[in-house]
Design a protein around this ligand. Sequence first.
Ligand SMILES: [Zn+2]
Length: 291
Amino acid sequence: MPEDKAHDHATQAGSSTAPVSDSGISQNSAAQPAWKAVLAWCLARAGALAARSWRFVCDVVRYYWGIRQPLGEYVAGFAPNLMSESTRMREVRLAPYESHRFAELTTDGWTVAIPGRCVVCGERTAVPPVDENREVDEAARAFLVPLGSVGAGALLALIYSRWLFLLSIPLGLIMGYLVRGKVHVLLRVARCGPHAARTNIPQILAWGNTLVLRFGHKLVRKVFLYGETVDSTVPQPDAPLDVSAADERPAERPPETIPLADSPHPDDATIRHSPPSVFGAEDEPESPLVP
Ligand SMILES: [Zn+2]
């Protein structure tokens, strides 16, 4: 029956179109949140990335701000005019290949032990030494890596674009931050009663493999470098007495004359003019060669 067929067709078409329209609506309604979800996900990721980048930049800035003093000391340490004489007299620089009386470099880092002396004033003290663990920022890398980056940026700026130079400054700081390092130092030092609170002394700096110690007094440096025997071998109270005695001695005693070997008597050494001798024939001395 055509009507039934038509109806069937209609119903089929209706039934066939209805799901299509339903599915189309459902697809549209599903696509809208999915697109939004993707966007929201992207925004969230971008936000998280931005937050992380911002935190990273803050870390870099904070790191360099925190080590500004060691960096300044590093630069001043290699420019002799920037370092005061008093600092120089209190400072020792320990290279890893040297052997030191009171310092040792192991795989854990440096150990510095100065017994019996106040590390601030250098006087002998009975206060037992205490252990202090210090983590010292390594300044050489933090300075040289950005310097190399800026140098390379300047070179590239001459060839390509000056923007590379501007880019090299933050890039150098970021690289310096990424390769940052700390040096572990175990201090075993004593401080006398009045200086017990001066825990910032000795000042410790790490320049690459070199450890720099700045004590409170130049006496500590002397003991550190040459040991305790320096004081005992130099008799300081007696020295002025000897000097004064030596000064008075020539005044008391008459000057001595020292007879030299084979030297003639002063009377013999003077030249006297005597009348020339007249030789007669009989006075002529016999020559040993002529018989
Ligand atoms: Zn002291």
